[in-house]
Design a protein around this ligand. Structure first.
Ligand SMILES: Cc1cc2nc3c(=O)[nH]c(=O)nc-3n(C[C@H](O)[C@H](O)[C@H](O)COP(=O)(O)O)c2cc1C
Length: 189
């Protein structure tokens, strides 16, 4: 059984990222795959104020550890000012370098109230995860106009976007398993 973690990519209270994360978790559960959500609201920000890079930070280590040990990550990310939220960059910057993300399969879901569903934020994440030698699952999802277009029980109202989400949820576990069985399944990075 593979272990997947879903990262809810903002610390904004009552975020759409967390709503989408919970929905995606339910869909994986239907596929027989249990997941946990790593919620950026819970990041121990007080522990890193002032720049504590390289220091022993047990609370931060405990927080990031599930992502480090996961077989694959699903990142749900809103768009803030044409990019991804700062808290998500802080989280990434406190992941152990270089091994925590190297060869890690990562699926990306963007959500925003704009027309492009956080495409800019997702593509910026691809750049960062690419730098860290992660394996990005090619089927990305962009949820546009999320406030009207997403329902906690039914998912995305736009049928095309919903199909993309279901395709990602159906395909990502095999992508993770294939990489485990044959690391040369993908040769990039
Ligand atoms: C600080 C901030 C900046 C935002 N910037 C953008 C933006 O650049 N493009 C966009 O489409 N929506 C933008 N929005 C709207 C959010 O993408 C939208 O409300 C999204 O659902 C918020 O995600 P969240 O509920 O997960 O925090 C912004 C919202 C916030 C709070």
């Amino acid at each position: 059984m593979i272990s997947l973690k879903i990262i809810s990519g903002t610390d904004r209270p009552n975020s759409n990222a967390l709503r989408v994360s919970k929905y995606v978790q339910g869909k994986y559960r239907q596929e027989g795959i249990s997941t946990d959500i790593i919620d950026m609201q819970e990041f121990p920000l007080d522990q890193v104020v002032g720049g504590k890079y390289g220091e022993e930070l047990p609370e931060v280590d405990d927080f990031v550890e599930p992502a480090v040990t996961a077989d694959g990550l699903v990142v749900v990310c809103p768009e803030y000012n044409g990019g991804y939220p700062g808290i998500l960059k802080i989280f990434i910057d406190y992941l152990p370098f270089p091994n925590s993300l190297a060869k890690k399969p990562i699926a990306l879901i963007g959500e925003a109230n704009g027309a492009f569903g956080a495409m800019r934020a997702v593509e910026q994440l691809q750049q960062v995860f690419g730098y860290r030698n992660a394996h990005i699952f090619p089927d990305r999802v962009f949820i546009s106009r999320v406030s009207e277009n997403f329902d906690d029980k039914e998912g995305i109202k736009d049928q095309f976007q919903q199909q993309l989400l279901e395709d990602q949820i159906n395909g990502f576990p095999d992508f993770v398993k294939n990489l485990q069985e044959d690391p040369s399944f993908i040769t990039d990075g």
